[in-house]
Design a protein around this ligand. Structure first.
Ligand SMILES: NC(=O)c1ccc[n+]([C@@H]2O[C@H](COP(=O)([O-])OP(=O)(O)OC[C@H]3O[C@@H](n4cnc5c(N)ncnc54)[C@H](OP(=O)(O)O)[C@@H]3O)[C@@H](O)[C@H]2O)c1
Length: 167
């Protein structure tokens, strides 16, 4: 099973502020939707609450320490990333996406195979960050540029990194 992180990060690695996203990038949202539709998506409780409901046509898995936390039918609550991944393995999934936020990315980074990164050409203020991507650990395998326009506040690059197998 391939485990992929999907993140949109600024040049200074900021990914959010006040439990919100901090840019309007409709092309990036479209890429996110295209990749994740039909798949299981794993997220922290704060990211889930910033969206407010399960994203349509995806199975949401939310990680929280709160034993009373509930989700609508067809979605799953776990109390560790490890247990969330175990569910995905037991379902014989080919792919799972880790969609944030910062706490969950940090825990998923050592176990994931791929980073799908929207590198946003901005230096915003924020309160949550993605860790620096270590070039000894990760090989860039593709990069596509998207210029800013009326629906995309900033230029961005859509970049895929694969884990360097030699490590
Ligand atoms: N730019 C992007 O691509 C992107 C993507 C996603 C999110 N974001 C941004 O990231 C921010 C949210 O990130 P965040 O780091 O504050 O929160 P988060 O990672 O979404 O959620 C953190 C919560 O997850 C639960 N959790 C974390 N580790 C756990 C563990 N080992 N066991 C059990 N539960 C665990 C805890 O929930 P409880 O407190 O309920 O126990 C914790 O408070 C927002 O600003 C959001 O907009 C950005």
């Amino acid at each position: 099973m391939k485990i992929s992180i999907i993140v949109a990060k600024a040049k200074n690695n900021v990914i959010g502020k006040d439990n919100q996203l901090i840019w309007k990038l409709s092309s990036d949202l479209r890429l996110f939707k295209k990749l994740t539709t039909g798949h299981h998506i794993v997220m922290g409780r704060k990211t889930y609450e910033s969206v407010g409901k399960p994203l349509p046509n995806r199975t949401s898995i939310v990680i929280t320490r709160n034993r009373d936390f509930e989700l609508p039918e067809g979605h799953y609550v776990f109390h560790s990333l490890e247990d969330a991944i175990k569910l995905c393995i037991s379902r014989k999934l080919e792919q799972v996406y880790i969609i944030g936020g910062a706490e969950i990315y940090l825990q998923a980074l050592p176990i994931c195979d791929e980073l799908i990164v929207t590198e946003v050409d901005a230096f915003p203020q924020g309160d949550v960050f993605f860790p620096a991507i270590d070039p000894d650990q990760w090989n860039e395998i593709s990069r596509e540029h998207f210029p800013c326009d009326e629906k995309n506040e900033y230029d961005f690059d859509f970049v895929i990194y694969k884990r360097n197998d030699q490590n």
